[in-house]
Design a binder for this molecule. Sequence first.
Ligand SMILES: [Zn+2]
Ligand SMILES: [Zn+2]
Length: 678
Amino acid sequence: MNTNEDTNIEESINKEIQIEKPQVIEASGDQTKSDKEESDKPAARKPRPRKPRNKSDKPVADPAAAEKANAEKPKADKPKTDKPKANKPAPQKAKTDAAKAAALPGSEAVTETAPKAQSKSGTKAAKVKSDKLRIIPLGGLDKIGMNITAIEYEDSIIIVDCGISFPDEDMLGIDLVIPDISYLKNNLSKVKGFVITHGHEDHIGALPYVLRDINVPIYATGLTVGLIDHKLKEHGLLTKTKRKVVKHGQSINLGAFRIEFIKTNHSIADASALAIYSPAGILVHTGDFKIDYTPLFGDSIDIQRFAEIGKKGVLALMCDSTNASRPGFTPSEIKLSKTFENLFTEHNMQRMIVATFASNVDRVQLIINTAHKFGRKVVLQGRSMVNVIAIASELGYITIPDNTMIDIKQVKNYPDEKLVFITTGSQGESMAALSRMADGSHKDVRIKPGDAIIFSSTPIPGNEKAVSKVVNELTMKGAKIIFQDTHVSGHACAEEIKLIYSLLKPKYSIPVHGEYRHLAAQAALANELGISHENTFLLKSGDVLELSKEKGRVIDKVQSGEIYVDGLGVGDVGNIVLRDRQSLAENGIIIVVLTLEKGTNHILAGPDIVSRGFIYVRESEVLMKEMRNVINNALDKCQTRNVTEWGKLKNEVRDDLNDFLWKKIRRSPVILPIIMES
Ligand SMILES: [Zn+2]
Ligand SMILES: [Zn+2]
């Protein structure tokens, strides 16, 4: 979900993101080999020598240009601070240095192979391998968004996903919410890398912020890396960050872990599940997924691989819960092609505008295909739409037939019935292209009577009001709004979840990605399938779940939480500031200015009253006069009681004024007395 929009499509197209073709690393195990060789104890086996195919990570960085191009976007380039890395004593330093070195472009300090200590049986052989795996979610379990989980085995930590969530309505002025990663900062030397399941904001959005403290390599599939690169470029981090493209079926070694990327289906191409092999057993993380036997783009989910891994014995499964409470199967994206064809036929004399998520690349593909079939030209609207589709097309994840896409400036050369706009704003986001069309502020597009506007998405809970506002505005302009049947979910329903469980047969179930009720719905499914209550874990952010073959339990709680991003500030707006903002927003502010004589405390000037967001002063002279009286009386009272300390004077003024206003008009604005001395 991208909400930052920019109507200037021409500019957006012109500044077309230059996508660096991410390098493909040679993954450590081709399938056949790994099948024979791998057990659930990969760290025990000798690490295979790896061909360093990934010569130099020479990113084609042009951060300066990218930054200029994106100057209108809020950035957060805070100077890098080397915060004290706390806690860990001796070994910390050496490895921290290594990590720092890895931060430098071209550096090869971080390896994907297992550390040397493991291969040389001499050094650590004497040490008995632990059979305990730790799973530490740092977000993603309270609401949908901000997915990030640390997986820890002895001295190795890998981080699965690193997403943002969007602010709630009461988080005034907050742009984004990112996870608190103190735990990772305190264990920096253990952190080996990020493994990312797919390119949605709730899985990659926090990377540019988190990387400032934890600069370890990022591993993901092609489209995911493409989308991450775009983000890093905007934040000027591209040259400082190592990214590696992993193909489905390939594995990488990170510390004590081997991680295999498995093909899944979702609403964006190149989504992966992860099989994480550790000496303590195999953990499977599904990422966001559905089972689509007839996907629009690419192959179906690699169900066979899930079955093979199931045969090896799976310790634990972390599975997408978003649709766990919905029975049955999520329909295939292909089901929509008929619906869209019908809509195109029905509205063959009208201009069409389709609103959907920019990140729903497959949906955009479907609309483009249909437009092509019906001889319509396609115009993309909204900054994130233009960006994401440019990246997907550049990397070959979307196919745009020749002469289908046109620029907004060419629109005038075509009649309405030969045009389709694909736009952002399906969630009623106020800055998105569709909202601007709706309120008439769009630079290039005016809604006309007869326009057919299709919402190809369902409102995310909480967005209904905003969507309804946009729909009303569009309707007032005479447009026809179409909602039904033009969306299928990208997440698995109950039967699909049950299939994955049945194939993997995990000992432990850890539902992820959802609100509590979604997690609970999956837990119920797991229980139905024979996984006991004690082996099912409804975790909270910060819980440290320790699993072994014998038992699993939450053994600890680490610091976790939400950090607010406001403009360029990361974490500088906390709860106190937010409370003030709420109070100011609800009640406004009154500033009382007085000048007192030094020594005597006689009033020399004032009280002057300035207010904002409280009452319209010019029409409230009587009230203002009464307020001045209240202030004068409060000061007189202090005078007779010989109260001279200014702090007390201010309190007295504030309290009396507060009482008065509450009694008089039932309001309690923020009152700020300022005393000057003369
Ligand atoms: Zn997703
Ligand atoms: Zn997600």
